[in-house]
Ligand binder design. Sequence first.
Ligand code: C2E
Ligand code: MG
Ligand code: MG
Ligand code: MG
Length: 296
Amino acid sequence: RAKEAGRGRWTLFDPKENARAVSRYAVSVRMPAALDRGEFFIDYQPMVDLASGAMTGVEALVRWRHPQLGVLGPEEFVGVAEETGLIMPLGRWVLEQACEQAADWVARFGDRAPRLSVNLAVRQARNAGLVGDVERTLRSTGLDPSMLQLEITESTVVGPEDEALKALHALVDMGVSLSVDDFGTGWSNLAYLRDLPVSNLKIAGSFVGDLHDPAKDTHLGWRIVSGLVSLAHTLGLSVTAEGVESRADAERLRLMGCDLAQGWHFGRPARPAEIARRIAEADLEAAPDPEFGYES
Ligand code: C2E
Ligand code: MG
Ligand code: MG
Ligand code: MG
């Protein structure tokens, strides 16, 4: 492969770029049919309440089982899907599929079922049909709106006059909640937070990840994270740290008052059966110890 062959060599064309261009082509050609052929699937990553340790939510992360290229992550195809417009049917499919899955967990586990978080592409948020799509999906799956959170990015809303803002307000009026994903990585003017009815900020995994980069100032890194936690709380918002890979980081985040965390330390994105197993396991832990019952 060009990727391997080119490592550490100077060439006129970046072989990595070339490999990517080829796969982008392969990706864009196959993608329209892929949806009909059922090649996409969704993994769910646990989101954990740092104070209690409970898995209170899951994030839906789309994947593509490409017949030639193997399983592709969203980084490989969501960009192309945005450019080609395929993100619209794909996004609708993810929303429906994930809401159906979440409703199934509610039916099986009641209030122990995790809340569902779904990523919204900029283009989806700007589409006039969004509110209707969400409304219809909630109705057809029977999922309570309070169980759904939509993750938008800082670039979704540009200003107070923005069309997307109306749709986002309508969704919140419906009972759906909004979260700002990858918070702190954009260049945006924070004033958008005054117009946006969000309830949660997700601190980008890159902030937490950089805390272990020997080339970066760890002390300053932690102060930025701590500042973002304070900012969220000052605004009355809950805050989630992404990319938490170690117990030490989780503990430090908990001590600084961060509400929720997500990352490999708590669980990688997983198949629905694995999530169900974790919910059931937590149920067992919470059940009274039978030994106690016999003694009394
Ligand atoms: P995101 O929404 O910020 O999702 C978090 C990403 O970080 C996921 O990558 C997840 O697998 C990864 N991650 C989680 N914990 C850790 C950790 O401890 N360490 C490290 N290094 N990484 C961790 P993934 O699944 O590749 O998704 C990448 C991005 O693709 C997502 O970033 C999201 O922006 C986008 N995406 C995923 N699914 C969808 C979707 O259905 N629709 C849209 N529009 N975008 C999606
Ligand atoms: Mg996200
Ligand atoms: Mg994120
Ligand atoms: Mg991201």
